[in-house]
Design a protein around this ligand. Sequence first.
Ligand code: AGP
Length: 367
Amino acid sequence: EAAEKGGFDTYMLKEIYEQPTALTNTLIGRLHDDTGEVNLDIGLDPQSFKRISIIACGTAYYAGLVGEYLIEQLARIPVEVDVASEYRYRNPLVSENTLAIVVSQSGETIDTLEALREAKKGGAKTLGVINAKGSSMTRELDDTLYIHAGPEIGVASTKAYTSMVGAFVMLALWLGRARGTLSDTQAKDLLHATRELPRLVEEALNPARVAEIKRVAEKYAQARDYLFLGRGVNAPTAFEGALKLKEISYIHAEGYAAGEMKHGPIALIDANLPVVVVATESHLLEKTISNVQEVRARSGKVIALLSDGDTENAQHADDVLYVPRAHEMVSPVVNAVALQLLSYFTASYLGKDVDKPRNLAKSVTVE
Ligand code: AGP
């Protein structure tokens, strides 16, 4: 087993560090810089549907929420995202004009598999964003976009998540190109930003950054609760950050769209509450910073994820985790890495078994 962990203490840490390679494998051969085209080897006709339903569970669901944002922005197609266990029982509205996209690392999650069957029954065309080759879902899907992240052993998903988001960036680009909502220049710009992802993630894992994340994790490891906030394409980054922390450290954590804070969670804020705010470069940054100030005004402890060089906003935070600058649309991939490490170091400091957290299975194949 030690050999399989490749010198790392845990599978989870190994998989966190595998992300530059996993992402390279997700993207390889699919992006064409010269033309701004994306080749995904998908047989589906991108003009043949009017709406998209994304269906998944857990971390894959959060990847789907990023997908919704990207597809609506770049391809202007209406998208809804559902938790599979809700979708499958709510008699969903499906027709031949629907594209159902299921997202799954294992390809075996029972609720997602049953939701896929439900969508097919209604006449939807189906596409999977899947990691495991030959898994049950792939045998029933019309088409599969493999993410090629490689085997993921740690129960807490890390590299599969960032590769799923990478796959959604390509999917949104492909749809946007095919449906004429993206100009050549926009497509080339985004394609370039996407290609940068493995390098940016490598940079996000440099030893100085990792040491700082470890310091911050240990500083707040005794907290009873945590709040994670983010906006726009990074709202799901906050949701996923909270899920990761609770899964492996057993600290109660909530993820919220930052603008929702004043509709409830603001009541939780006091000097004992660490609030992680994803405040990297974005057209909504100013709004997010005003949320940071609201947290500070109530004595909450702000841990801000800021883009490299943003010293101005650092003054509003108790602790800053700097992340490499990335195009807004691909920034969820880079930002997720810092939050994975924050959870990882919190849980290991508390002596938890990060690879096999209590009560959780790697894939939920029974109801
Ligand atoms: C992630 O950290 C989880 N353990 C869990 O939420 C997982 O993402 C979910 O069960 C879905 O699994 P799948 O991707 O294999 O379908």
